[in-house]
Structures are given as C-alpha cells and as structure tokens.
Design a protein around this ligand. Structure first.
Ligand SMILES: CC(C)(COP(=O)(O)OP(=O)(O)OC[C@H]1O[C@@H](n2cnc3c(N)ncnc32)[C@H](O)[C@@H]1OP(=O)(O)O)[C@@H](O)C(=O)NCCC(=O)NCCS
Length: 149
C-alpha cells in the first residue's frame, strides 16, 4: 500500500475515478455536486493497492480550518486499512501545517470508521445531499501527533 499526497490537477484521473465509483455510482450523488470548486484548492491523498492501481482518496481543505472530505475507498477494497491510511496521511499534513485539529461532516453510516480513528461527534444529526450527517473532529496537543488514536 502507498499513499500519495498531491494537488488535484496532478492526480485528477485517479481521484475522479474513485469518487465516481463510490459517490456518484454507489451513493447516487449527482456528479455536479460531487466535484466542486474546492478541489483545486485542497490537498488530496490517493491510496494505491499497487503501482497504477488507485483504490482510496480524501481531501483536506486548509482554508477551511482543516476540513477533511470526500473520503472514499472502492467497495472491493474496504476493511483493508486504506481508509485509515488516507485519514492518517491527511492528519499528518494538517499537523505539519500547524493546524490544531481536523474536522468534517461525516455520513452517519461512517461514524464507526471515524470513531475507530479517534474522532468524536460534536453536533446533532443533519441532512446533507439527502444523507444523514454529523460533525466530527480530532484535536491534538503539542505532545501528541496526528495518526494517534
Ligand atoms: C468509510 C470508508 C472510507 C472506510 O474505508 P475502509 O478502507 O473500509 O476503512 P479501514 O479498512 O481503514 O477501516 C479502519 C477501521 O474502521 C472501522 N470500520 C471501517 N468500516 C467500518 C464499518 N462499515 N462498520 C464498522 N466499523 C468500520 C473498523 O474498526 C476498521 O478496522 P478493522 O477493519 O480492523 O476492524 C469506506 O467504507 C467507504 O468508502 N465508504 C463509502 C463512502 C463513505 O461513506 N465515505 C465517508 C463519507 S463521510
């Protein structure tokens, strides 16, 4: 497994492929909502099963105080640690940039995944794109690092 940190332009074929499979095809989210104007400004992670075979992705918006989003792993590759690796790579970027936390809108169905990585729910449930969500966050102090649970 390898996780690459990249801008959108450099790996947009891989990122688009994974998000198309997971969000547009599997979750039926309209493509025009899925790919927004934040992609060009965000830092992206792409996880590879083997060279040239991307299976997971996610993005970090440093201009929105460390907002993580669009975390997705191909259905065929779930529960093999790719999602965790994507999250830890983005946390490391946030830590290196001096951000005190990362946060995001989590689909309620994905809360067990994020909880297992040390995130906590900090909001009530709300609707987004027809899917129930909550806000989750992870803060770290100077004595601990990103990627720790
Ligand atoms: C959520 C998602 C990214 C998780 O990716 P993944 O690669 O399967 O996750 P990992 O294998 O790294 O899982 C790490 C840990 O999270 C927990 N976890 C992951 N998926 C889980 C699930 N469906 N139910 C309960 N716990 C889960 C487990 O503790 C797991 O460790 P284990 O497999 O050793 O028990 C993936 O399921 C996905 O792409 N889902 C569809 C898109 C989506 O909902 N994205 C989130 C939008 S907010």
């Amino acid at each position: 497994m390898q996780v690459i940190i990249t801008d959108f332009q450099s790996r947009q074929d891989e990122i688009r492929y994974i998000r198309d499979q997971v969000f547009v095809i599997e979750q039926q989210i309209p493509r025009e909502e899925e790919f927004d104007d934040r992609d060009a400004s965000c830092i992206h992670a792409v996880a590879y099963d083997s060279p040239g075979h991307p299976v997971g992705t996610g993005r970090l918006d440093t201009e929105k105080e460390g907002k993580i989003g669009r975390v997705a792993v191909l259905q065929s590759h779930r529960r093999r640690g790719f999602g965790r690796a994507v999250m830890q790579a983005l946390e490391r970027v946030a830590l290196d940039r001096g951000l005190p936390r990362v946060w995001f809108h989590a689909q309620v169905s994905a809360v067990p995944f994020y909880s297992s990585l040390g995130y906590r729910v900090i909001s009530d449930e709300f609707d987004e794109a027809g899917i129930p969500h909550v806000v989750m966050e992870k803060r770290w102090s100077s004595s601990e690092g990103a990627g720790q649970v």
